[in-house]
Write a protein that binds this ligand. Structure first.
Ligand SMILES: [Zn+2]
Length: 414
């Protein structure tokens, strides 16, 4: 297969590369940081922005282009992140959901080349951490720490659970492997992903206690993630960086602050911590602030989410065997989800800031889709957009195309 050969060639050739820190220091390529937030929901973040409770996100919005990101039908994290990375539909890239033919999605199933491989081949240094569906970690011109769907002790199927770095099984969570010892020593034995949601049995009769303990664990995971991101950005700077957080989505599924009239409402669970879901964005904003310490006026920053998340609706919950029941934790009493048939019901978020990106511009409607992210980033690096990519270069987000510093061979929208 075409892409299999590329991976094999990369894994050999990258062994000969200079340490990526040296490369990054001496090379003038654009600095791009992509921050993925699983299930960022505009309905929740808008009031927080208005109250001034997300100062770092507000700064990006005021300094850049922002709006809804069109996602696909029945969106979920592995499916959409892989679409973002390859700019190809799930049925072509091989990652159609959490499970593919009954097996947890993994990178050996990838049939189209993701952006981190294309950048690596073009000698752009690449740093990645916690991006969904990147397990086992792939060889890149830099480093990769896997994310959601990593398998390990207590999380054997990798489905929405959280092995520690030392407990990963069935593949490598870190490329290059030699970085594992360094991360364990300098960052600690961190959880790769957010926690599994409690089951209905776990919750019954002790809802408040279980909810508060689970949220405390989410805070511990996020603090470790913050430490990991800060360490990587400080000691392993790369041209291209992609980091992702997934606790927002996990919390939203069962602790979305909804009205008592909504389908699925259970006062013993849903009146306990109305602040739980908004708090995830307050905490995310702190993480974003730390990431922004590693950016300057010449850095391109993309904050994106694969989809939003909305309260359940009766007419769709009547469908037997709805995928969310399986994909999101079995018997957890879910109150919100995102795999609605019409993906436009749960758009993602798109915020872009950079040296030649327009400022304080709101994009109305759906002018940007998940397919457009990879072509636009390749364009920033002056790399030709491969023919299989379905998205377009987002020329409309740039200020003055005539004065752009980096000129791509593939500037025309496809
Ligand atoms: Zn989800």
């Amino acid at each position: 297969m075409r892409f299999r050969g590329i991976v094999a060639a990369l894994s050999v050739s990258l062994l000969c590369f200079l340490p990526f820190r040296l490369l990054a220091k001496n090379n003038p390529r654009p600095h791009v940081i992509v921050v993925g937030v699983n299930g960022m929901e505009w309905d929740i973040i808008r009031p927080l922005l208005l109250r001034g409770e997300l100062p770092n996100l507000a700064k990006l919005i005021q300094g850049g282009v922002y709006g809804k990101l069109r996602t696909l039908s029945a969106p979920n994290c592995p499916k959409i992140y892989t679409t973002i990375a390859t700019s190809t539909p799930p049925e072509e890239n091989g990652i159609t959901g959490f499970l593919v033919h009954g097996i947890t999605a993994n990178t050996s199933m990838l049939r189209e080349e993701p952006i981190w491989s294309i950048l690596s081949k073009n000698r752009v240094t690449v740093g990645m951490a916690n991006v969904p569906a990147t397990f086992p970690a792939m060889p890149v011109n830099g480093y990769m720490v896997s994310g959601m769907l990593t398998r390990g002790k207590g999380c054997e199927n990798g489905l929405l659970c959280s092995p520690k770095l030392s407990e990963v099984e069935g593949g490598d969570a870190v490329y290059p492997k030699s970085m594992v010892a360094e991360l364990e020593a300098r960052v600690g034995d961190f959880w790769i992903d957010c926690s599994r949601m409690p089951t209905a049995d776990d919750l019954r009769g002790k809802e408040s206690k279980v909810i508060n303990e689970w949220l405390a664990q989410v805070t511990r995971i996020r603090n470790q993630q913050l430490k990991l991101f800060d360490y990587l950005l400080t000691y392993h700077p790369t041209d291209f960086v992609m980091l992702a957080q997934s606790c927002e989505d996990r919390v939203g599924h069962w602790l979305y602050p909804i009205q008592p009239y909504n389908v699925g409402y259970n006062a013993s669970i849903h009146s306990v911590r109305l602040d739980a879901f908004p708090n995830q964005y307050r905490a995310f904003d702190q993480v974003l602030g730390k990431i922004l310490e590693h950016a300057d006026a010449n850095t391109y920053i993309f904050v994106i989410s694969d989809h939003g998340i909305k309260p359940l609706r009766e007419f769709e919950q009547e469908q037997p065997g709805h995928p969310s029941v399986h994909d999101h934790g079995g018997t957890t009493p879910i109150i919100a989800h995102h795999d609605f048939e019409d993906g436009d019901d749960v758009p993602g978020a798109f915020i872009a800031v950079g040296p030649n990106i327009k400022k304080n511009v709101r994009l109305m409607g759906f002018p940007i889709s998940v397919f457009d992210i990879a072509p636009t980033i390749l364009h920033i690096y002056g790399i030709e957009v491969p023919g299989q990519m379905r998205g377009r270069v987002l020329m409309n987000i740039f200020q003055d195309t005539a004065k752009r510093r980096y000129v791509s061979k593939a500037t025309s929208a496809k």
